[in-house]
Design a protein. Sequence first.
Length: 114
Amino acid sequence: MIAAYEQNNAGTDAIKLFRRMQTESVEHAGLVEEGRKHFESMIKDYSISPGVEHYACMVDLLGRAGCLLEAYKFIETMPVEPDAGVWGALLSACRIHGNVELAELVVQDLWHLV
């Protein structure tokens, strides 16, 4: 999109879009950290054992922020068995961010659930 602006002599619009993308990226990073703190607080401060749905929310949060490999590693270290919701959250993020290689791994893991 930025390139299209530039090709159509709309350099100012290209710069505005780029700055907006940077701002939104920082906001997503902040949300990931806040979500991680809440997740960890649930365990440490309130002695709540997270269920698979809590883990799916963390995977979704990481995935939406573009932290796909971190989300995959998070799944690998879960103390509960990931279900289709967990894998589906990561697969959806792979689609959004165009990560076909990781999506293929996720599909293999989903097949193991069947």
